[in-house]
Design a protein around this ligand. Structure first.
Ligand SMILES: NC(=O)c1ccc[n+]([C@@H]2O[C@H](COP(=O)([O-])OP(=O)(O)OC[C@H]3O[C@@H](n4cnc5c(N)ncnc54)[C@H](OP(=O)(O)O)[C@@H]3O)[C@@H](O)[C@H]2O)c1
Length: 456
């Protein structure tokens, strides 16, 4: 080979083969060293047989997303969704490419590019270019060689990236079908996903283009509005599921389920898009919700419970370790109980008391201080009323179910509104259908309500 020929050497040498049990089931991990020193791990499931039509993913290493759960990208959910799909099919291969970190620029340069994105407003493509690096420097010859080494000839490729499809074909692997990887967008990676769609031609991982059995039926990014910085608190979205007569539970306290499956899937996608989801302790006592993301592929938010005296039961599902939990309380809660919860890995924030329990403004300030930038308030009526009444909500999303249940728990309590024209109004609102439910979302116009009152 000429000295200046810098093409990577893809000849794979198998270094180890071992069973790898994962939460998605057991795979055979086959580690390969390529001629240029790169290490690839093929996670193989089932019999590859004639090697045709194999469900496959080429997964580019992302330490921050895959291992640390960073929300700046969608790598972690894509990795886990792909492993689950392969396990469900019973036959397939995921090739984990360790030299693809940061679209091929490496971990340190990726983190430097993050600094430029945070400080200078550069998007993921511009940031790489400002560092003198390619927007995408990955080569797919190694992955194709590893696929061949495990007996794969043609694939149904799980990807949203057209360059991966071209890369496979260029290196002799027939792509029979492209299978999009549907994951829920997060407020933290929305801009990154839009850049990948607009500048790198990637298929959007969620949204109207991919309405289907798995993804949400509505573009959740649009329901979320424009999450931005708020002084001393997170961006707050209040989400309600109510009947046509404005109830969120029957008189007997039953609320499962007011809305249909599609509407609930949208709710899970909204959870997956936010840093945290918040309820009052009465909802925990009445419904014992998990507050995790289960109906779409995405990360579970931090679960927050407002509970001024720590009445939360020890066996509440929200205290189980499926996701992080923070309880916001007051110094009226016994110190021993606070210690006990912290010992279980539950965050306990102590704020002053206020109307309704904990002081809502102080609770939000404490959450923002803990790094929460987007907060979904899911209820119940007490907490929703506190947030709306104190002018602490930026956006309202209401799922209206075509049902009447008569007397029951109203979705919102006393707001001190005496005249209809002084009511809280949504502006720039949008309406969607989710199955049989209607979704209404809009920004809350506190300023307009106050101005109307002042000028009357
Ligand atoms: N359909 C839906 O979308 C939906 C969603 C959620 C819940 N629900 C239903 O709503 C019902 C529960 O609602 P809820 O109104 O009774 O209770 P809630 O809002 O879930 O919880 C209220 C409790 O939270 C604590 N809290 C602490 N700080 C607060 C503050 N600043 N403002 C308000 N509350 C604060 C208080 O208890 P302490 O004084 O002990 O701190 C208060 O009693 C259940 O029946 C549930 O099924 C429906």
């Amino acid at each position: 080979m000429p000295v200046n020929d810098r093409r990577p050497n893809h000849a794979p040498r198998e270094a180890a083969r071992v069973a790898l049990p994962t939460p998605a089931g057991e795979f055979v991990a086959r580690a390969f060293e390529l001629g240029d020193g790169a290490v690839y791990v093929a996670l193989v499931r089932g019999e590859i047989g004639d090697g045709r039509g194999v469900l496959a993913r080429i997964h580019s290493e992302c330490l921050t997303g895959d291992a640390l759960g960073s929300l700046r990208c969608d790598c972690g959910p894509q990795l886990r969704a792909s492993l689950r799909s392969i396990a469900a099919e019973g036959r397939g291969v995921l090739v984990y490419a360790t030299d693809h970190e940061g679209r091929g620029i490496g971990l340190l340069e990726k983190l430097r590019a993050y600094v430029l994105q945070d400080g200078g407003g550069a998007d993921t493509v511009d940031a790489n270019e400002r560092l003198g690096l390619p927007a995408d420097g990955r080569d797919y010859g190694g992955a194709a060689a590893v696929l061949r080494a495990v007996g794969v000839r043609s694939v149904r490729l799980m990807t949203n990236n057209p360059l991966k499809v071209d890369g496979m074909r260029e290196h002799g692997i027939d792509v029979e079908e492209v299978v999009p990887v549907q994951t829920a967008a997060h407020a933290r990676n929305l801009r990154y996903l839009r850049t990948k769609r607009d500048r790198l031609g990637h298929a959007p991982p969620s949204g109207p283009e991919l309405n289907g059995a798995v993804g949400p039926v509505v573009d959740v990014a649009s329901l979320l509005g424009e999450p931005g910085e708020r002084a001393g608190r997170p961006y707050v979205v209040v989400k309600l599921a109510q009947t046509l007569d404005g109830r969120i539970a029957t008189a007997a306290g039953d609320s499962k389920w007011i809305s249909g499956e599609e509407e609930r899937r949208v709710s899970h996608a909204l959870r997956a898009a936010c840093d945290a989801v918040l309820v009052g302790v009465q909802t925990v006592l009445a419904d014992d919700p998990m507050l995790t993301v289960r109906m779409v592929e995405g990360p579970s938010p931090i679960r927050v419970v407002l509970d001024s005296t720590l009445r939360i039961p020890d066996d509440a599902k929200v205290l189980e370790d499926d996701a992080q939990t923070i309880v916001v309380t007051t110094d009226r809660a016994p110190a021993a109980r606070r210690l006990e919860l912290r010992g279980r890995g539950v965050g306990v924030l102590v704020v002053p008391s206020g109307p309704g329990g904990v002081d809502a403004t102080e609770a939000l300030r404490a959450l923002r201080h803990a790094g929460v930038r987007t907060l979904l308030v899911e209820g119940g009526a007490g907490v929703v009323t506190s947030m709306l009444g104190a002018g602490l909500a930026d956006r309202l999303v209401v799922g209206l179910s075509p049902t009447l249940i008569g007397t029951g728990l109203g979705s919102v309590g006393e707001l001190g509104v005496l005249r209809v024209r002084d009511g809280l109004r949504l502006h720039d609102s949008e309406v969607h259908l989710a199955g049989e439910d209607v979704l209404i979302a809009g920004d809350l116009a506190y300023a307009q309500a106050k101005a109307a009152t002042a000028s009357s």
